[in-house]
Design a protein around this ligand. Structure first.
Ligand SMILES: *[C@@H]1O[C@H](CO)[C@@H](O)[C@H](O)[C@H]1NC(C)=O
Ligand SMILES: *[C@@H]1O[C@H](CO)[C@@H](O)[C@H](O)[C@H]1NC(C)=O
Ligand SMILES: *[C@@H]1O[C@H](CO)[C@@H](O)[C@H](O)[C@H]1NC(C)=O
Ligand SMILES: *[C@@H]1O[C@H](CO)[C@@H](O)[C@H](O)[C@H]1NC(C)=O
Ligand SMILES: *[C@@H]1O[C@H](CO)[C@@H](O)[C@H](O)[C@H]1NC(C)=O
Ligand SMILES: *[C@@H]1O[C@H](CO)[C@@H](O)[C@H](O)[C@H]1NC(C)=O
Ligand SMILES: *[C@@H]1O[C@H](CO)[C@@H](O)[C@H](O)[C@H]1NC(C)=O
Length: 825
């Protein structure tokens, strides 16, 4: 009898077991212990109101399986949360289950070890269930609190562990759980659109000082949204509270600081995307449209202009020192390299209490992570407090309404000045003497442009030649001391007959090629000197007063790695430029020619790289002018009979003179494939854009391939992209030109590749200057001591081919050349 009972109860037990071992069916919204979600390719939980779905999925372009949450009613699968983003399952074998104490676990092929777990809840639950809610939150709670959406009833919720997306109701920031544990809640971008594993970019709240929103890249600040001023984040005036879907800021009592998104009638989400943008997306007309994103321009990148200066995207150059501050490194500043920032002209005089404040209006307030917040002070009290504290450097109102007090006691960084008038007033402490200067500067600035920029075609050089020859003629005829004149004269004037003799009366046999402004001829002066003569067909009639200085300056550019301008000739309607002749022509005719390329062995290539680097260093730092070439490329490198490189064509060069300098960048001129991203996209050029072009040139010299043509036969990546990927995989030697033997020089080749990759990094600030490029090239240190290159700018061919669609005609006319002169005030 007893036996019988026992057997029947075991049947019952078996029945119960088999019942409980079955998995959830599609469409349910809950998971309970012993009722796991098994991956069969389709089964998923659906929230009660039908808005969200939770299940196993594979991202587009991948076969890996992840547990995620996506919209149920949106045709494009849009994943908003991923559980096992670091540990994908490689086959359709996953099992998401809830343990009896309320822990969610995922197992894969190896069903005995959990690859992901939600961690054990603070207190074990008696009868747990996991439920996908209609706002996209996946929660674990007591079954008895069924349907209760009060966050206090959640033992665990996915909203506390976001992936890359914020949904209405979610928040980023620092949150203290009831257990006392403090959670940092950040968004972390996917590595790429096909790979949900944590990528480079993160978005969140920095709660130090006056809390601010940030985008970090590998934990370094990349974009700063500024502090909350009561209505908006100081750095994002265009997104105010009360707007649908906008991030709102509040500080909760129990040491929890976080910012949720406003509730919304539309379907909205914030996503930190894999290319480093925080996007606000709205689902309209069956597609996601980007209603706002950040960062937008150059000035949005953290601390572009260094300390005590501000960035304004409408200005060129974008960096300006705060009034009465001056550049720490004037030279670099003039070269539009603003990173060194600015320093105070006169030290503060705190003890005598003579300091005052200059009002810089329209700002995104400086970094507040180390500033002091005094919410109860008025602006007047704030000013007094700052004046009395010798370490105070600036103050501002905490709220846009004018109440509260923010005090800075260190250098002011990452200030942006908006043209829109939406920025805030910042009161910068200055010494009494500087205060006068600052107000004068303000007055001066509004009255006239400090620097005039004149862009002229090179033909005008000839007008200058005319002016110069008249000047010389006048001097001669007035019998002014000949010696003094000779000393002054830097650029010789040639007689037309001399040039006619030299070129055999411009015979067709001597023609070397055709430039935009006219043909170029080879000639011979006397027995020895070979020359190249550029014959301009016509000249501009626009008048300019005095160009002697300009010509003299250009003639002074003397370096063995620069092509030398020997003189000019203006006579009988002819306008000629006379250069030294280089017998081997341009580098591209060797590098990209199947036959010629074998003539370039490694030593020759290395010599060319070093020579070009030296020439460029001279232009950037050593010459009496400061010059950005802007069109460095293989066809602009000429080779002499010994294959020594000389940089030619300064047609696009920008010359900076005087103490102050400014430049206009309305026309982006140059050659695609060699131009840096910030130049192409924002028109910003600096020595670092030349460094980028130099890097491209180096990699071309090493690989024997053109950057621009590279990808067509191979992958989506261009030469830069491929080099970088192969470098990271340790296989970059595979891309080296097979036309020269590099086996004996592997180390040198690798060094050049690494330096080349450092030069083409996306961020101008990451790129080395030409002096460090040279230092790295000739260094005998181990290559591993050089910094690791980051992602290059423009590494896919798709990008560069898009750009070539509007390839500027200007870039075709490099030979006709234009000169930019900066006339001092
Ligand atoms: C799923 O995982 C749970 C917990 O590890 C386990 O009890 C259950 O047997 C698994 N189911 C299958 C079908 O592997
Ligand atoms: C794991 O899978 C094996 C083979 O499918 C099965 O025999 C075993 O019972 C499973 N274990 C669990 C804990 O599900
Ligand atoms: C809950 O269950 C998991 C998995 O079985 C275990 O690792 C964890 O220690 C348990 N936690 C508590 C509080 O019992
Ligand atoms: C995450 O957020 C916290 C503040 O909530 C912040 O201090 C921390 O640096 C962030 N972590 C990363 C990796 O960005
Ligand atoms: C990231 O957002 C920016 C701005 O909306 C957009 O241009 C870019 O294509 C996005 N990248 C990805 C991978 O979605
Ligand atoms: C401040 O006061 C000291 C002594 O009283 C004096 O030597 C100094 O010149 C004063 N500085 C200024 C800027 O007035
Ligand atoms: C000046 O202000 C800073 C920041 O509020 C504070 O730490 C420091 O103690 C103050 N110094 C004096 C002398 O009050």
């Amino acid at each position: 009898m007893g036996r019988k009972i026992s057997s029947s109860s075991s049947v019952l037990l078996l029945f119960l077991l088999s019942w409980s071992a079955c998995s959830v069916s599609s469409g349910a919204d809950t998971l309970s212990p012993n009722r796991p979600l098994l991956d069969d390719g389709t089964t998923a939980l659906v929230s009660a109101g039908g808005s969200f779905r939770l299940g196993f999925f594979s991202p587009d372009g991948s076969t890996n399986r992840y547990v995620g949450i996506w919209y149920n009613n949106i045709s494009i699968q849009t994943v908003v949360w991923v559980a096992n983003r670091r540990q994908p399952i490689t086959t359709i074998s996953g099992n998401l289950s809830l343990t009896t104490n309320g822990t969610l676990i995922i197992t894969g092929e190896d069903n005995s070890t959990a690859i992901w777990s939600s961690g054990s809840p603070a207190s074990a639950l008696e009868n747990p269930v996991a439920r996908i809610l209609d706002d996209g939150n996946f929660v674990v709670q007591e079954a008895s609190s069924n349907g209760n959406d009060d966050p206090n009833s959640f033992a665990w919720q996915s909203f506390d562990f976001p992936t890359d997306t914020l949904l209405p109701g979610m928040a980023v920031g620092q949150k203290q759980l009831r257990t006392g544990v403090i959670l940092d809640i950040n968004l972390t971008a996917w590595k790429s659109p096909t790979d949900p594993s944590p990528g480079q970019y993160a978005f969140g709240l920095d709660v130090r000082g006056d809390p601010q929103i940030f985008i970090w890249t590998e934990t370094q600040p990349y974009w700063r949204g500024g502090p909350w001023n009561g209505r908006w984040f100081s750095g994002v005036p265009e997104v105010k509270d009360g707007t649908d879907g906008v991030i709102n800021f509040y500080v909760e009592k129990d040491h929890t600081t976080y910012l949720p998104i406003n509730g919304s009638s539309t379907i909205v989400r914030w996503t930190m995307n894999s290319s480093g943008h925080l996007e606000l997306l709205v689902w309209i007309e069956a597609r996601w449209s980007v209603s706002w994103y950040i960062p937008k321009d150059h000035c949005d990148r953290m601390s572009q202009c260094g300390n005590n200066s501000y960035c304004s995207s409408n200005n060129s150059p974008p960096c300006t020192c705060l009034p009465a501050f001056h550049p720490t490194n004037q030279h670099n500043w003039d070269m539009l390299d603003g990173g060194d920032g600015c320093i105070r002209t006169t030290p503060l005089d705190c003890r005598n209490k003579t300091d005052g404040f200059f009002t810089q209006s329209g700002t995104k307030l400086p970094d507040t992570s180390r500033s002091t917040v005094l919410a109860n002070l008025s602006l007047e009290e704030c000013k007094a407090l700052c004046l009395n504290n010798c370490s105070c450097t600036a103050y501002a109102a905490l709220n846009i309404s004018g109440s509260g007090c923010l005090i800075w006691t260190d250098d002011l960084t990452d200030i942006t000045v908006y043209q829109s008038g939406l920025g805030q007033d910042l009161y910068v402490r200055l010494a009494a003497k500087d205060l006068v200067l600052a107000s004068q500067a303000l007055h001066h600035h509004s009255n006239r442009k400090i620097i005039m920029i004149v862009v002229l075609p090179v033909a005008i050089l000839f007008l200058a030649c005319v002016a110069y020859s008249i000047w010389r003629w006048k001097k001669r005829s007035s019998h002014i001391d000949y010696e003094a004149e000779e000393k002054d004269m830097e650029l010789p004037l040639f007689d037309l007959n001399t040039i006619k003799d030299a070129t055999d009366d411009f015979s067709i046999d001597n023609k070397l090629g055709e430039g935009g402004f006219g043909p170029v001829y080879k000639g011979k002066l006397g027995e020895e000197q070979e020359i190249a003569v550029k014959r301009l067909s016509k000249t501009s009639t626009q008048g300019v007063d005095e160009f002697k200085n300009e010509i003299t300056l250009i003639a002074k550019l003397q370096h063995r790695n620069l092509v030398k301008l020997l003189g000019c000739c203006i006579q009988g309607g002819e306008r000629l430029l006379i250069y030294e002749y280089l017998s081997n022509g341009s580098l591209d005719t060797f590098l990209f020619d199947e036959v010629q390329t074998v003539l370039l062995d490694w030593r020759a290539r290395y010599n060319i790289i070093l020579g070009v680097a030296r020439g460029l260093l001279y232009l950037h730092h050593d010459s009496r002018l400061r010059i950005i070439h802007r069109d460095l490329k293989a066809s602009n490198i000429l080779l002499d009979k010994d294959m020594n490189p000389k940089i030619s064509d300064f047609g696009m060069a920008r010359i900076f003179g005087g103490d102050e300098s400014e430049s206009t960048t309305k026309r982006v001129v140059g050659t695609y494939g060699y131009m840096s991203p910030e130049y192409v996209m924002d028109g910003i050029f600096s020595i670092k854009s030349d460094v980028f072009s130099f890097g491209v040139l180096m990699l071309e010299i090493i690989s024997g391939k053109k950057n621009r043509d590279y990808g067509q036969s191979m992958s989506q990546l261009n030469l830069l992209g491929n080099m970088w990927i192969m470098w990271k995989e340790g296989k970059s030697l595979d891309l080296v030109d097979t036309n020269f033997s590099h086996s004996f020089f592997e180390n040198d080749v690798l060094r050049c590749i690494k330096v080349g990759l450092l030069c083409v990094q996306e961020q101008p600030g990451d790129r080395p200057t030409m002096s460090s490029v040279l230092a790295m090239l000739v260094s005998t240190d181990n290559i591993s001591l050089l910094p690791e290159p980051k992602q290059p700018g423009f590494f896919s061919t798709r990008l560069s081919s898009v750009n070539s669609d509007y390839s500027n005609t200007e870039s075709l006319s490099i030979n006709q050349a234009s000169i930019t002169a900066i006339a001092g005030r």
